[in-house]
Design a protein around this ligand. Sequence first.
Ligand SMILES: Nc1nc2c(c(=O)[nH]1)N[C@H]1C(S)=C(S)[C@@H](COP(=O)(O)OP(=O)(O)OC[C@H]3O[C@@H](n4cnc5c(=O)[nH]c(N)nc54)[C@H](O)[C@@H]3O)O[C@H]1N2
Ligand SMILES: Nc1nc2c(c(=O)[nH]1)N[C@H]1C(S)=C(S)[C@@H](COP(=O)(O)OP(=O)(O)OC[C@H]3O[C@@H](n4cnc5c(=O)[nH]c(N)nc54)[C@H](O)[C@@H]3O)O[C@H]1N2
Ligand code: SF4
Ligand SMILES: [Mo]
Length: 760
Amino acid sequence: MKRNLSITGNTSFTDLKVDEPSDYAAGVPGIKAALEHVNKESGLFKSLSVLSEMNQKEGFDCPGCAWPDPDDRSKLGEYCENGAKALAEEATDSRVDESFFEKHSVEQLSLWTDYEIGKSGRITRPFVLRRDSVHYEPIEWQDAFDLITQQLHQLDSPDEAIFYTSGRSSNEAAFLYGLFARQFGTNNMPDCSNMCHESSGFALKETLGIGKGSVTLDDLPDAEVIMIIGQNPGTNHPRMLTSLEKCKKNGGRIITINPLEEAGLKRFKNPQTVGGWIGSGTPLTDIHLPVKINQDVSLLKLMMKKLLELENQGQNVLDHNFINEKTSGFEKLVVDLATYDDQELLAASGVEMKLVDETVKLLTSKSRIIICWAMGLTQHKNAVDNIRECVNLLLMKGSIGKKGAGTCPVRGHSNVQGDRTVGIMHYVSKELNHSLKETFGIDAPEHHGHDTVGSIQAMHEGKAKVFISLGGNFLSAASDTAYTAQALQNCDLTVSVSTKLNRTHLITGKTALILPTLGRSEKDASGGQQRYVTVENSMGRVHRSKGVREPATDYLMSEPEIVAGIANAYVEDDSPINWTVLGQDYDLIRKKISEVISGFQDYSAKSAGTGFYLPNNARVGDFSVVPGGKAKFSVCNLPKHSVAEDEFMLMTMRSHDQFNTTIYGLDDRYRGIKNERRVLFMNPEDMKKNQLQKKQVVHLESNYDGQKRRAENFKVIPYKIPQQNLAAYFPETNMLVPINHFADGSRTPISKSIVVKVIA
Ligand SMILES: Nc1nc2c(c(=O)[nH]1)N[C@H]1C(S)=C(S)[C@@H](COP(=O)(O)OP(=O)(O)OC[C@H]3O[C@@H](n4cnc5c(=O)[nH]c(N)nc54)[C@H](O)[C@@H]3O)O[C@H]1N2
Ligand SMILES: Nc1nc2c(c(=O)[nH]1)N[C@H]1C(S)=C(S)[C@@H](COP(=O)(O)OP(=O)(O)OC[C@H]3O[C@@H](n4cnc5c(=O)[nH]c(N)nc54)[C@H](O)[C@@H]3O)O[C@H]1N2
Ligand code: SF4
Ligand SMILES: [Mo]
């Protein structure tokens, strides 16, 4: 039987109100919004006491983004508006229980919006959607594990199974998950990084020898210049604004490169200070460069060209000692830059020369420069080049490996970096395989597995038949929604380890399981003993997270327990790994991690308090691991774009009221949007040219390789965005992103530069 399912849900409109975009972030409206959310989900008093434990040394790590915590933590609150919303979402009093699924079939639920699906609450117990059924029904934990085992045994090869990870899982859970996948016999371990910072990891590893950023939190206040490129911290990493404020107060300058003038980067009213409540706040951005979508390479090339010219005119711009001693490839870069024409670069970038000159002037005499970036750079065809150019600029100025300077890819999910560190990856690491053999006696596979795009294609082609996800919402997060839906539906079994209901639970394999797990904020006990897990923040510091709330129900299992439960059922007695013990004893897991992965000596002990930093060669200016022994300058090409007269370049981004596919609310306060997500931000000149009115309903169509993809029902909003550029929210627009168009090298989908037509 084919289930009759909607992959979009209801696309009709709510009650859109449009105001002027805000010119500051946080302040009193931020506090008000945070309180409203926590109050609505689980009551104010209960939530406030829990919030006071968030990001404290003995408390739990915020389930929101990966921004680090300071060493000195205010007992008054070490969290932001969106951290409070993340907690509210997890701590909700609503429940998805047996009666919920008796009442609603998956067919009916698929008609709901993502917002409505998410708000249905915490999943109370394991559920199964049996073949040919449209209603989930309860299943016991052991029966669920046995069902997975049965399906895994039916596969012709271990490579017919996919093990996806989203970045909210702890190091302990992720390590066990990777261990099981490898014991089972596959490297098919796609993860959310593949859609996120994979491009950063790729470019940084190749140029600097480590796929992570080099700065720590203490570097930001010391920087002379912070460049923020393709990132919207006011919404997505709100406490970064505190660091930016400190930098400004120390005399630092901030340059932002972004097609949009994001409110959060204009002015910050720090809610932890009196001035943030009653004052006008701290101005943040000194120079804003409104680059056209995916023209950062053009702009960065122009800036570097101009810096070289100033050096040639006798100014002291470059760090020659650093370039000579620590880098290779500089001459090639100089020769290549000379082949470009300033005016052509400028025209492509869409920025005024005056602003470029101002920026170059500022950079000339500075050497403590930090570049921060996120999805605005990583989700394009030439994303890896975007990051290589950032590295080029920093290397020229000797701005890596010293205080107040370096690379800062700002990571998304709170433990996405840790998951990768402890072994979630689709490619083979000989070193890791060797350690796994030594420690566990298993033979990990020696061929690469599928990344996210590859997994979807394999499922679509019937080459993978079991899909297991540790967290996340694969269907809505991935590109090409219709194609991905078909891929999942081709599977014999799909399994989601989740806290809350999402669309991936509705658009499933022939049989589907939901395995409910504890959230970050919840107590995780075994034999009366409270356990803690560990996570790694965006700057490579590993620390503890210990839940404080009673679990949503008594029937939840922790992620390590669930992974061990699946593994145990599968391997039975025939395993060199004692999964029963490993799933219970997190100290033992940490001991094993420290045996397998370097940098984790005395793991449990060192994770207390503020935790410990993992080794980072770029941070200390040691590039000996890069082939050739030196940091590498790169020669990059300009992006190749062909946007016809009647086409636009669309970027898909986050509103202020969402965490990826989890929709907290329908407002995007900083951009002046209230009560609607189906909006399309457009330049007023383009509206005029296309005879479009404010709030007029349009549809979007992409056409790649002759295949048209369509997303319906968006209201046009006049907005300050470069001409022929558009912006809309994800995941509503994911169906426009073609599966086989992704970044060269990293294979990250092109979610920030999709060529579309606007159909009135
Ligand atoms: N509240 C909240 N916090 C989050 C998340 C969330 O959804 N909600 N998600 C988390 C995750 S997983 C991640 S990865 C991060 C994402 O954090 P961000 O990367 O900040 O998120 P996006 O909304 O995708 O915003 C990208 C920014 O890049 C700009 N941009 C788009 N295209 C270009 C371009 O071509 N060039 C330049 N220079 N800029 C461009 C956009 O205008 C926007 O300001 O946030 C994390 N934190
Ligand atoms: N078009 C477009 N697509 C994008 C992006 C974009 O900018 N544009 N961004 C991409 C990026 S950067 C990312 S990181 C991906 C995100 O991709 P995912 O990580 O797959 O998606 P999320 O929306 O973060 O996952 C939310 C779900 O995770 C589950 N969950 C929440 N907390 C927990 C927990 O503690 N444990 C477990 N087991 N489950 C939990 C809940 O069931 C929730 O519904 O999306 C990508 N997709
Ligand atoms: S900045 Fe990120 S980690 Fe910190 S409280 Fe806010 S959402 Fe949580
Ligand atoms: Mo992300």
